[in-house]
Design a protein around this ligand. Structure first.
Ligand code: NAG
Ligand code: NAG
Length: 441
């Protein structure tokens, strides 16, 4: 009996241990260790790149057993152990399933802590702090998940020559790329976490958003978290959620109204004293075109006549736009009429584009029957738009019921008219004859 209960107890313990191990296991990350070579003359900053492996744990004392599994193609010196109490890096999507086409990205670089001169960052290093803490091995890491949704950048610290790093600061964005319609509010996600046990926490932070497009950069806003004030805003309608910023490290940028010129790269940078981490988020403003067909309505055409139809696409962004024409006859079948003669695009004051196409429809050599529906089709990143107008060909060789009825009507009217004219003529003629007869008598 005692044996049985011991076995029972042991198996329960084993199961609990197994469940714990499974639920708290973080991925092992394949990473590139990239280091700038100190080149002679220092003109060309050559880099070296080595395969590396990072074991992630949310608990400081969990690493030892795992270190045995190092693959042979990774240098043993490039195997690191990250302790990440917030679990920011403990995500399955940072480690794609074996054989997956999409890869996650990971890069580690050595980092040198340094104070910043920026007006909204400099106050952070005013207070004296033990420089001893800074004398350690510092890394900056950047990660992107294989779904291309998430980007994380971290600053880690290990006692000199140790490979056991603690995550000190991590900056995350869950919206690696954002699409927005014109005029809508936009949220560019950015959040950060600071190790509360680090001496760098509690001395304040600063947040900066920069915009970059085709090599051009500008400041969007800068926030000095130490004195709790916006140090600079260069973009009307750009805001932070200050409460969320202090309570939860929510540094997301809010743009009240999306404009075409907002398309580009946004960089969220979080500063602590001496260290900094940043993530980049791509914003694209996508607005499909509005279409209109001229002339409206289309004129009635007779067989043999050429009719010119124009389709105007306006208010769209970004380029390009594909314009084409379709025709749907009375039989309900659709066919392409090609793209017509497409004009170059022009840009409106709000940055949106306009473009048009002209279709010359020759009713003689196109089999249009009695007419049908002419459609202008605009294919755009924001979706395919269509505009239609009805074209009627009149006096077609096989008359329609309406045409026949109209003809019968016209014939009846003509007949009536002839009858009337001839009757008045005959009756007046006979009157004359009567007079003549009377004279004769
Ligand atoms: C961050 O703040 C924005 C704006 O208030 C909010 O919409 C968003 O949900 C917040 N994100 C998190 C993770 O709390
Ligand atoms: C064209 O005519 C058809 C059939 O009468 C009608 O259903 C359709 O709504 C018309 N289209 C336009 C753009 O007026």
């Amino acid at each position: 009996m005692t044996d049985f209960s011991t076995i029972y107890k042991l198996s329960v313990v084993a199961i609990i241990y197994l469940i714990q191990a499974c639920s708290s296991s973080c991925p092992v990350l394949d990473c590139w260790y990239v280091q700038e070579k100190s080149g002679r003359g220092g003109l060309t900053a050559a880099t070296t790149q080595e395969k590396s492996l990072i074991y992630i744990s949310t608990d400081e004392h969990r690493h030892t057993a795992e270190s045995q599994r190092t693959p042979s193609d990774v240098n043993h010196d490039r195997v690191y152990f990250f302790n990440d109490p917030a679990g920011t890096l403990c995500l399955p999507s940072l480690n794609p399933p074996k054989g997956s086409v999409k890869k996650s990205q990971c890069e580690i670089n050595p980092f040198l802590p340094h104070p910043s001169d920026l007006r909204w960052v400099a106050p952070l290093t005013d207070s004296t702090m033990s420089p001893l803490y800074l004398q350690a091995d510092w890394f900056t890491t950047s990660h992107q998940d294989f779904k291309r949704q998430l980007t994380i950048s971290s600053i880690t610290r290990a006692p000199t020559a140790s490979k056991e790093h603690n995550v000190i600061l991590s900056v995350t964005s869950k919206t690696l790329s954002v699409q927005s319609r014109l005029g809508e509010p936009v949220l560019l996600d950015c959040g950060f976490w600071v190790d509360p046990s680090s001496p760098l926490s509690g001395s304040g932070f600063a947040v900066e958003w920069r915009y970059q497009f085709r090599g051009e950069g500008r400041l969007v806003l800068a926030y000095d978290g130490k004195s709790d004030r916006l140090a600079d805003t260069r973009e009307e309608g750009a805001m932070l959620d200050f409460e969320g910023l202090h309570e939860k490290g929510n540094a997301s940028l809010i743009l009240q109204e999306a404009k075409v010129r907002h398309s580009g790269m946004y960089i969220c940078t979080v500063y602590l004293p001496y260290v900094v981490a940043q993530v980049a988020v791509e914003l694209e403003i996508v607005e499909p075109p509005s279409l209109s067909i001229y002339p409206s309505p289309l004129p009635l055409v007779v067989p043999g006549q050429t009719v010119v139809i124009q389709c105007e696409a306006s208010g769209f962004a970004p380029l390009p736009l594909e314009l084409s024409w379709e025709f749907k006859g009375a039989d309900g079948k659709s066919r392409s009429l090609g793209s017509g003669s497409v004009t170059g695009h022009r840009q409106a004051w709000d940055g949106t584009y306009g473009q048009s196409t002209k279709l010359e429809l020759n009713t003689a050599n196109m089999d249009l029957g009695r007419g049908g529906e002419v459609t202008c089709v605009a294919e755009h990143l924001g979706g395919t738009q269509r505009a239609s107008s009805n074209l009627s060909v009149i006096g077609f060789s096989v008359p329609s019921i309406e045409d026949s009825m109209a003809m019968v009507g016209v014939a009846l009217v003509l007949y009536g008219l002839i009858k009337f004219v001839s009757w008045t003529f005959i009756s007046s003629g006979s009157g004359e004859a009567d007079k003549q007869e009377k004279k004769d008598k």
